[in-house]
Design a protein around this ligand. Structure first.
Ligand SMILES: Nc1nc2c(ncn2[C@@H]2O[C@H](COP(=O)(O)OP(=O)(O)O)[C@@H](O)[C@H]2O)c(=O)[nH]1
Ligand SMILES: [Mg+2]
Length: 448
């Protein structure tokens, strides 16, 4: 099936089935909404003057981005297809964050300073037919990073979350704030599959004087990478150079093929789109499911206590119904005739039931008061400290998920009222379960 059709179908399904549930459990849907909304995205990040803009210009076949040795360009630039026949044009960041058809609404929170460093360029290029490319200001070092006037790392993280492919570029000269950058982007991607969305590129390799120089740079980069990924295995690093800039040399000749692989990989990013959407849905719906699981168990415990309280209230209400009026009569000489004495003298009429019925109702009201005021709030208090008892953490994955969602559950519990008992949590839980097991699975099968 066509990927665009699949994406549209998923968008409407998720919107209809799940967005009310995200709202209900106070979880952010805007993230998923943004991912479902737009076209495939390739995000290019890395040191300044590592050759990001040069690579993008080469891909697009036009010098659309400024290039240079100094940190020339300090804006996030979305490059996307324009209207056929129209000249290239620019749209400012303030317009982009307010455009509902674009996935950048959440970037408004980064403030005016960010928005003045955010823009879209619309142009014609075959590469842009099915994807957009984001060029980014190069990372500096962590000290100067703080002077930008907006949270650069957080912006990177959110951009990475939208992207289908993240090209992380280094050059042999500088290491930049690699570790912080990597942490910022990694934390917004799904744990299981996020790694596959990042490709590492060492560019400007033509500037290495000889093979041993190249090997030294490569070694340093690998060491850096193992530091930041915390993994022993080194991911593939594409070694590349800009043909327009590089003098032909013995080092470069065997790398031409690797360059082609890199370009092919970037161009193939749209092919991962639906898979990424599914992974993101998977990730966020699992979070939703865990919150719902906790609330379901909480309301089940609530029901158990409610049943217990009702049972006691019922047992208590029998003597109140039959003997309550006697007690009142002995105190205030009303009513003239109690229910039991009327039964004995066979003069029973409707009036004899008035007081017993009122007393019965009062008992039930009292029981409800005790339940909601003491029993239910006792339950809330108990789980405020032990919310982990509300979920079954039978796998490492669920434990990790829980550490992320626990706070959400606690804030829901803090606000909980007896209405939670009727909130339909267990129905919601089965609905989510069904979505994951059947709907989502069928989409995974479709793209396999
Ligand atoms: N020798 C050489 N220079 C390059 C290469 N790629 C980019 N450059 C130059 O390096 C400078 C920085 O490139 P640019 O694309 O602006 O880097 P950005 O800051 O990452 O966007 C420019 O002067 C480019 O001409 C390359 O592969 N080899
Ligand atoms: Mg640049």
């Amino acid at each position: 099936m066509n990927e665009k059709v699949l994406q549209a179908e998923l968008q409407s399904k998720v919107e209809k089935m799940l967005s009310p549930l995200f709202l209900k459990y106070h979880l952010d849907f805007s993230n998923l909404d943004a991912i479902l909304k737009w076209r495939p995205i390739v995000l290019v990040i890395g040191n300044y003057s590592s050759g990001k803009s040069t690579l993008i210009n080469e891909l697009l076949g036009q010098d659309i981005q400024r290039t240079g040795q100094a940190p020339t360009d300090d804006s996030f630039t979305i490059i996307t297809a324009g209207v056929v026949g129209e000249e290239a044009r620019e749209i400012p960041g303030s317009t982009l964050v307010n455009d509902d058809t674009l996935p950048f609404g959440s970037f408004k929170k980064f403030g005016q300073r960010f928005m003045s460093h955010f823009l879209m360029k619309k142009m014609e290029s075959p590469v842009l037919e099915n994807m957009a490319i984001i060029d980014s200001p190069g990372m500096l070092d962590s000290v100067t990073e703080k002077d930008r006037g907006y949270d650069y790392m957080a912006v990177l993280g959110e951009m990475a979350n939208l992207a289908d492919l993240i090209v992380l570029m280094f050059d042999p000269h500088k290491a930049g704030t690699i570790k912080e950058t990597y942490t910022a982007i990694r934390s917004t991607l799904p744990e299981k599959s996020g790694e596959d969305r990042i490709i590492f590129v060492m560019s400007r390799v033509d500037e290495c004087d000889n093979l041993s120089d190249l090997v030294r740079s490569y070694g340093a980069l690998c060491w850096n990478m193992s530091q930041m990924t915390g993994r022993k295995d080194i991911p593939h690093v594409y070694l590349t150079y800009a043909p327009g800039e590089a003098e032909p040399s013995d080092i470069l000749a065997p790398l031409a093929q690797e360059r082609d692989q890199l370009i092919t990989k970037i161009k193939s990013a749209p092919g991962f789109r639906v898979n990424h959407i599914l992974e993101d849905i998977d990730k966020q719906v699992n979070e939703l499911q865990l919150v719902c699981e906790a609330m379901t168990r909480f309301s089940q415990r609530g029901w158990q206590l409610f049943a217990k309280t009702s049972k006691i209230a019922f047992l208590f209400s029998i003597p109140v119904f039959f003997f309550g009026d006697m007690l009142i009569q002995s105190a205030i000489s009303y009513p003239n005739e109690t229910l039991l004495s009327a039964l004995q003298s066979r003069t029973l009429n409707a009036d004899n039931f008035i007081l017993p019925t009122c007393l019965l109702a009062l008992t039930l009201v009292l029981a409800w008061f005790i339940f909601s005021r003491f029993v239910f709030s006792g339950l809330k208090k108990k789980y405020a400290n032990q919310s982990q008892d509300l979920v079954i953490l039978d796998s490492e994955y669920k434990k990790n998920l829980w550490s992320k969602m626990q706070e959400k559950v606690q804030s829901l519990l803090a606000k909980a009222t007896t209405r939670e008992l009727w909130a339909g949590h267990s129905r919601n839980f089965s609905k989510i379960q069904r979505f994951l097991a059947s709907d989502l699975q069928s989409y995974y099968d479709k793209i396999r």
